[in-house]
Design a protein around this ligand. Structure first.
Ligand code: AR6
Length: 174
């Protein structure tokens, strides 16, 4: 059977799928890193949808997720989730918030009939979550979710750097 969870290196805006997950911030108004690339390549339609969500619920809390059009990106949707800003004194809380990002994003993907979902390495850039710890949370959380769900066919971790890629490959191999 083909593996349902894989990791690749690449640019998430260039790879076709049903839903691209964005590592956003609570304002939902865009930023740098993967968020910047998604808004830049996806075009203004994504921000238009974000503004509608802001008007309705005032942004997105850490660990939660919202869904918009993918605009010009090769996907149906962008799922925006907000990872935790790393705080070494609150490791358990950090792990729980990061796991919530993956769970809530996958839940939205299921509700919107997405079968192929691409994730970036949430919180491991500007938000400084240690890469090996974030990879472990990401892999374990997605494995647990897929064990309880059979509508999602494939989850791909799209790593921008080889360090992240190696961590993901190690955790995926178990
Ligand atoms: N494709 C895949 N991964 C990428 C790409 C890309 N095009 N660009 C960067 N990454 P970050 P965070 C990787 O900083 O840490 C933003 O300003 C990057 O190498 O994008 O969750 C938001 O608006 C890293 O491994 O997100 C927030 O304010 C990972 O994506 C804040 O940064 C996440 O890095 C969120 O910080």
């Amino acid at each position: 059977m083909q593996e349902r969870i894989t990791a690749v290196t690449g640019n998430i805006v260039a790879l076709a799928c049903d839903a691209i997950v964005n590592a956003a911030n609570t304002s939902l108004l865009g930023g740098g890193g993967v968020d910047g690339a998604i808004h830049r390549f996806g075009g203004s339609e994504i921000l238009d949808d974000c503004r509608k969500i802001i008007a309705k619920q005032g942004g997105c809390k850490t660990g939660e997720a919202v869904i918009t059009t993918a605009g010009k990106l090769p996907a149906k949707f962008v799922i925006h989730t907000v990872g935790p800003v790393w705080n070494a004194e609150k490791q358990a809380e950090m792990a729980e918030l990061l796991a919530n990002c993956y769970k809530n994003s996958l839940q939205l993907a299921v509700e919107n009939e997405c079968k192929i979902v691409h994730f970036p390495c949430i919180s491991t850039g500007v938000y400084k979550y240690p890469k090996h710890l974030a990879a472990e949370v990401a892999v374990k959380t997605v494995q647990a979710f897929l064990a309880e769900n059979d509508t999602i066919e494939k989850v791909v971790f799209v790593c921008f750097d080889y360090t992240n890629f190696r961590y993901y490959m190690n955790f995926l191999k178990g």
